[in-house]
Design a binder for this molecule. Structure first.
Ligand code: ATP
Ligand code: MG
Length: 275
């Protein structure tokens, strides 16, 4: 049984609160005056066109970029949290992860095991379990660089899972998964496998914030949706309030419609493809 090392500052609420947040990169304003609240136990999807500021917002929320305004994760302000505290509270899957050292898969996943005191056999078991969850059982000895793009993406997710394995810490405060396009390199089976894994993390009490481009995966797995465009929040709310073709057509400047199939969830398609 693993015991995650306790941070000094224990989160006090199950919420991620973003209030009046602006983020600039090299003095260029990227995200402007954004406010919303995510709650542990739910999956929040962030959608919007390429370049709309999703990754920039994500990096501010995870403490990797300076911001103006307030971002509190479980109570404390993110900018005031020490890196070792942040590491216990949230795991981050970046949009792109590059590793230039010749590490094997087990070593990459093991980077997520932040408590160095764990015994070797327990570490091995946890790494194997994490790889199993992402559909890569038996990949421990493979060289990371030799894997396909989709395999590398799942290894990175296994690393993040190891970091924040239990969705709740020992006093019952939620941990958070921040996933920037977690399924962008995956086939449809693995897209669903990874999104189910994210949903289960939320069902078990953790918080999940995922940047997604696939509107139908968003409609299938998100509880709440934030829509970004040009660095601003265009809409935020419950999935069914937000995932409307009219709103999405404006968001992407591209005509979209809902295709209703009896007995199935409506799917969002380009208007030109509708029969
Ligand atoms: N350091 C920087 N200097 C100037 N502009 C930047 C910098 N970093 C990001 N940007 C710009 O900010 C905008 C938002 O970038 P961001 O990566 O947040 O977009 P995104 O919504 O994640 O896009 P995608 O869906 O393509 O990943 C882009 O136009 C990008 O070129
Ligand atoms: Mg991005």
């Amino acid at each position: 049984m693993f015991h995650q090392k306790m941070p000094d500052a224990v989160p006090l609420t199950p919420d991620l609160v973003v209030d009046g947040v602006s983020v600039s990169a090299d003095k260029v304003p990227i995200v402007r005056d954004l406010s919303f609240k995510a709650t542990a136990g739910e999956v929040l999807a962030i959608i919007g066109p390429s370049g709309s500021g999703k990754t920039t917002l994500m990096r501010a929320m995870t403490g990797e970029m300076a911001y103006r305004g307030t971002i509190s994760l479980g109570g404390p302000e993110v900018r005031g949290l020490a890196p070792e505290v942040l590491a216990c509270v949230r795991g981050v899957l970046p949009q792109a992860s590059q590793i230039s050292f010749p590490l094997n898969v087990s070593e990459v996943v093991g980077l997520g095991l932040i408590d160095g005191q764990r015994d070797r056999q327990a570490r091995k078991r946890r790494i194997a379990e994490a790889l199993g969850r992402v559909g890569l059982s038996g990949f421990e000895g493979r060289t990371y660089q030799d894997l396909s793009g989709g395999e590398q993406q799942r290894v990175q997710l296994a690393r993040v899972l190891c970091q924040v394995w239990e969705p709740l810490d020992p006093v019952g405060a939620p941990r958070w998964l921040f996933l920037d396009e977690p399924v962008s390199s995956l086939d449809i089976k693995h897209q669903y496998q990874i999104m189910r894994l994210a949903r289960d993390y939320a069902i078990n009490g953790g918080g999940v914030v995922a940047v997604l481009h696939d509107l139908n995966l968003t409609a299938a797995f998100a509880d709440r949706v934030l829509v970004m465009r040009d660095g601003e929040g265009l809409a935020f709310g419950l999935r069914d309030e937000v995932m409307r073709p009219e709103l999405l057509s404006v968001t992407y400047d591209f005509p979209l419609e809902c295709l209703a199939v009896a007995g199935a969830r409506p799917v969002i398609v380009p208007a030109e493809d509708k029969a």
